[in-house]
Design a protein around this ligand. Sequence first.
Ligand code: ATP
Ligand code: MG
Length: 554
Amino acid sequence: MSGERENSNFIRNIVIDDLKTGKHDSIITRFPPEPNGYLHIGHAKSICLNFGLAKEFEGRVNLRFDDTNPVKEDVEYVDSIKEDVSWLGFDWNELHFASDYFEEMHKRAVLLINKGLAYVDDLNADQIREYRGTLTEPGKESPYRNRSVKENLDLFERMKNGEFADGEKVLRAKIDMASPNINFRDPVIYRISHSEHHNTGNKWCIYPMYAFAHPLEDAIEHITHSICTLEFEDQRPFYDWVVRETEMDSVPRQIEFARLNMTNTVMSKRKLKQLVDENVTDGWDDPRMPTISGLRRRGYTPESIRNFCSEIGVSKADSTIDSQMLDFFLREDLQPKAPLAMAVIDPLKLVITNYPEDESEEIEIENNAKNEEMGTRMVSFSRELYVERDDFMEVPAKKYFRLFPGNEVRLKGGYFVKCNEVIKDKNGNVIQINCTYDPETRSGSGFVGRKVKATIHWVDANNCRPAEFRLYEPLILDNDPENKGKHFLEQINENSLIIKNGFVEKTATENLNKNDKLQFIRNGFYCVDNKYSSDDKLVFNRIVPLKSSFKLNK
Ligand code: ATP
Ligand code: MG
């Protein structure tokens, strides 16, 4: 099995440097999700980076819920995020809620007012936007900008006490309305919101803005390297300003990297929430979702996700990764681990007319051709079998070597069978094929006679279990030129879920638990669905087909 991949990257080099020069004795990183949705594979990239660095350099890492926005957040999301991070294989040193720092943040805002670096503004949101100016024009100062410290302290206190309505007043940093960096043009740092917060209830009706709260959270936790995505690059000067002017003891360093984008999916909690709310998917953990819970339910393993994140690396350049790359790592991980089994997902009855009725035998088949240690199992075989419908053609195409009238194939692990007769219903559909078998040809018997060109899999119709197979295709058709420029909800693949009903062998499916993975031979890797599968009816999610044209560039 391949080990975890270690890839160097510019952030890791910064850490190495900071430890070497003694800037830090040890590092502290954090993963700071906003609990407004479930985590997705993009978050996994950030998790692997932050937890990976802390682990490699024997530092520490915090899981912090960035819950400064009261209206969009929910405990359901908090719980799911914890579960997902743990499932990915990471432990946090400390668990924090940004909302636990509201008191401290408020104190630091008051400090800014006292230093003449913050003021209460009565302009409304539209006016503030208008006054802000553009990339080419400087902004305009608010008429309330020069309120006295005393007046600002009083108004801010009254904002806190609930004397004003939402939007009536805000607290702004007083920096420079003509700064070339728009983020420096007196950004809003506190706003009024009379809404209940999942953690602090109704204690507060003023909430810090993300750009003000985040650097404080990092400084309070003594984060050394605060890693975020590229869109925060322009915010860095303000981040540093906040830490400096609020006189925090600990000075974190913000470092930006390119977010993960993938083909055929959307990667933003807001959009994913829309898919859930509009019932496009079966919840956040729908196996077609790029959420960690969706990937888990589909059957992806933590190892495959970690190896994927390691392979895509960390850089400053935006790029879009082919979603098939994740499949590559799934196959690589499961190939030696997942037991082989035979399943027929689109069944056609095959009757061996010269096999005695009421008799059966057991055939020994290896549990994993790539891993001998996994041993063998005995699979029941009798006169009536199921084979895949597409392993038979009444009129064979060119180079078709599987079953057709007059042709002989090997049944995996068993005998040669020859197709003699095709039985149809009144509409002309093939419902059964009758074959004869040659008892001399059993696998492992040392038979050296004629050869056949194909081996097909089968299940014993008298000793098997019914099963549902859920086959997935990409949810979003963004590789289709027809769809370019369309809203993602107009790009939904109508055929992203195909359900097949068939059969699986009994032996390999005894004692199966939810989330167990199997490799159905000649087909793909499958996982027992954790929502719909039961002992009466097994439900399997196809994680990935066996074959792919995707190649990893090495
Ligand atoms: P979303 O738009 O999906 O809500 P977000 O960036 O707003 O994403 P947060 O909950 O704030 O989500 O993210 C927590 C951390 O995960 C942040 O540090 C963020 O930079 C990182 N992150 C989010 N999306 C990605 C991504 N696609 N690739 C890499 N890191 C990401
Ligand atoms: Mg966000």
